[in-house]
Design a protein around this ligand. Structure first.
Ligand SMILES: NC(=O)c1ccc[n+]([C@@H]2O[C@H](COP(=O)([O-])OP(=O)(O)OC[C@H]3O[C@@H](n4cnc5c(N)ncnc54)[C@H](OP(=O)(O)O)[C@@H]3O)[C@@H](O)[C@H]2O)c1
Length: 304
């Protein structure tokens, strides 16, 4: 089958090649992949992939072989899938039953493909911050894949959202998604915040920690800046502020179903900043890593 594979000398380190067919376990379905989405992490760490592995976490498609254990969706069901063990960027993938969700009829399969890693990270990182009703929540990297979902989910949960982006033009559309204030860097934040959801790391994380109100919590889920965070002496000593490290974890099925329901009910918008065939994957990857993309990149898995 065709698959998008790492290639050191290719543009963006990606080439459309061939890979062996997946061999589903009894608790897995076989899915005909129709759309995939790209994430910063899988692109940034592509060179760390085990030799021969097919990359990719997020894919949507149609079940072509039901699980041999008799459970899960039937052949022909439209599904959204995730796999921490990669395997999404191919014509077919094997998926565990707790890493998939059925896509409602009214939700576009291509839109759905944008949800797994970015949407579930936003959902779970906000949960890790605790109750949000009436809280002031700062979302950094708000222009990105996770950020645009986090702004919306925090606003829906009753928070007052401050969205931080790299430059004013990168803030396009964020007020419509629920941000009460959009700032470049951390400029213009004049009152403390209760929660920070941080994608950027580095010096900005240190400054954002300084903006926390007493008992506030900073959830660190990314480091898109690639910079170290150096805290001045005593800046971490104080009235019960917390810094929580976050990782997405596994068993995304139930949370992906929640996000799909929100999309179905038009309470969650999927912003696709790049859409095209997977033959143009390098173009999409370069736009994402070059910070020229608002929201997600979704690729169509076309037939040869
Ligand atoms: N812990 C987990 O389980 C988990 C899960 C998902 C993602 N992540 C991590 O979370 C981060 C964001 O992921 P994503 O998929 O949302 O990525 P993304 O779509 O590329 O968005 C990242 C955003 O960060 C900002 N950014 C990038 N480089 C920056 C820099 N040098 N300085 C300041 N801001 C910068 C950009 O905003 P501007 O262009 O507006 O500056 C960009 O929109 C990544 O580090 C990723 O690895 C972690």
């Amino acid at each position: 089958m065709r698959a998008l594979l790492p290639a050191v000398d290719a543009p963006a380190g990606l080439v459309l090649g061939t890979a062996g067919e997946p061999d589903p376990r009894p608790d897995q379905v076989l899915v005909d992949v129709r759309h995939i989405s790209l994430n910063y992490g899988e692109l940034h760490f592509l060179s760390r992939l085990p030799a021969g592995a097919v990359p990719g976490w997020d894919a949507s498609g149609v079940v072509v072989r039901a699980a041999a254990n008799g459970q899960g969706p039937a052949v022909g069901t439209r599904v959204l899938t995730y796999g921490a063990g990669f395997g999404a960027w191919a014509e077919r993938r094997a998926v565990s039953l707790d890493e998939l969700a059925v896509v409602p009829d009214s939700v576009d399969l291509a839109q759905a493909a944008a949800l797994p890693v970015a949407g579930v990270t936003a959902l779970r990182a906000l949960r890790a911050a605790g109750p949000l009703l009436g809280r002031r929540v700062l979302v950094t990297g708000a222009s990105g894949g996770v950020g645009r979902f986090a702004v919306q989910l925090a606003a829906r949960a009753g928070a007052e959202v401050v969205a931080s982006v790299g430059s004013p033009e990168r803030g396009a559309g964020l007020e419509a998604l629920g941000a009460g204030q959009v700032v470049a860097g951390l400029d213009g934040i004049t009152r403390p915040v209760d929660v920070v959801l941080d994608a950027v790391g580095g010096a900005q994380l240190v400054a954002a920690f300084g903006l926390l109100a007493p008992e506030g919590v900073l959830v660190s889920y990314g480091c898109a800046s690639g910079e170290p965070s150096v805290f001045p002496p005593y800046s971490t000593v104080g009235p019960g502020k917390s810094l929580v490290s976050f990782r997405i974890g596994d068993r995304l099925g139930a949370d992906m179903a929640t996000l799909l329901r929100l999309v179905e009910e038009r309470r969650l918008t999927v912003d696709t900043g790049w859409r095209g065939p997977w033959e143009k994957a390098a173009e999409a990857a370069e736009a994402l890593l070059g910070r020229r993309l608002l929201g997600k990149a979704v690729l169509d898995v076309t037939a040869a």
